[in-house]
Design a protein around this ligand. Structure first.
Ligand code: A3P
Length: 300
């Protein structure tokens, strides 16, 4: 890796291959090595841009797999252990030599995925969320995460987001990249808003995509465990297990509001109009639509 390919963005982030990583957590050499990461046919990847419902879907997917196992006491494993990150190495965990099926979470762009994900047509679930809610969620997230610079104010956050000076870089590049290359992958697209609208339907969709035939009671159980309220009180699912030096819980919670349209409480009209214009230009022709307000979902 030529060091010139690395661009330091701030005290916490660096850009590499058009993508933005947390400086302390990832080495460019490791990202390079992922191209040849050995993929098994039964692997499953959940891919998202941050703040789009990753933990929510991680929880659902892992529960769908756990529900097939013989009855056992509920595991105390955290979300990171049940579905580890591909790009963030867990010091206490060997993510490669786990028994199949291996479940992985990733925020990577489509072009940084291991080649085997395409070659073997393994299952990828991609969840995206309307970017205004992503932005506001990230704004609060940046305040509680020790490894992210706290934005000066929301204007500053908006600039960073539009310029891609946030983890994973540009939201537009991420979402457009995955949708434009959809034919290269065996992929299920979901939106956060459709999960909010009908969680059960989303769980059934995920379960069918994963080739599971679960009875109605099992699906109901997964849905119940995946509600915002239940996840908020489930330490293994809500990131409360993260130490204080990683996440400062006094400044806020990881499971914050869990709704659609909270951006309206933060964006000014001018900021919203500016963002809409960029959204219209960049998302032209993409086969995805977002709901921007909870009332759209309730009325539908
Ligand atoms: P908010 O900050 O808007 O509340 P990610 O896991 O990708 O970082 O996404 C975090 C966002 O998903 C947070 O959004 C969080 O509250 C929301 N979320 C997590 N679990 C949820 C659930 N069960 N129902 C609804 N939203 C959920």
């Amino acid at each position: 890796m030529a060091s010139s390919e690395v661009e330091i963005l701030d005290d916490y982030l660096f850009k590499y291959k058009g993508y933005v990583f947390i400086r302390d957590e990832v080495q460019p050499e490791y990202i390079d090595s992922l191209e040849n990461f050995e993929i098994r046919d039964s692997d499953v990847f959940l891919v998202t841009y941050p703040k789009s419902g990753t933990v929510w879907t991680q929880n659902i997917v892992t529960m769908l797999y756990e529900s097939e196992l013989p009855p056992a006491p509920p595991t105390s494993d955290t979300t990171f252990q049940r579905m580890p990150w591909l790009e963030y190495i867990q010091k206490d965990q060997d993510i490669i030599n786990r028994p199949s099926p291996r479940l992985f979470a990733s925020h990577l762009g489509h072009y940084l995925m291991p080649q085997g994900v395409k070659d073997k047509q393994i299952k990828v679930i991609y969840v995206s969320r309307n970017p205004k809610d992503v932005l506001v969620s990230y704004y609060h997230f940046a305040k509680i995460m020790a490894k992210l610079e706290t934005p000066k104010d929301f204007d500053d956050m908006l600039d960073r987001f539009e310029e891609g000076r946030v983890i994973c870089g540009s939201w537009f590049d991420h979402v457009c990249g995955w949708y434009n290359h959809r034919d290269d992958f065996n992929i299920l697209f979901l939106t956060y808003e459709e999960m909010i609208k009908d969680l059960r339907a989303a769980v059934v969709k995920i379960s069918q995509f994963l080739g599971k035939t679960l009875d109605a009671a099992t699906i109901d159980h997964v849905v119940e465990k995946a509600t915002f309220g239940n996840m908020k009180s489930d330490p293994r699912a809500n990131y409360d297990f993260l130490p204080e030096d990683v996440m400062d819980k006094r400044q806020g919670a990881f499971l914050r509001k869990g709704t659609v349209g909270d951006w309206k409480n933060t964006f000014t009209v001018a900021q919203s109009e500016r963002f809409d214009q960029i959204f219209r230009e960049k998302m032209k022709g993409l086969p995805v639509q977002y709901s921007w307000d909870i009332s759209e979902i309730k009325q539908a």
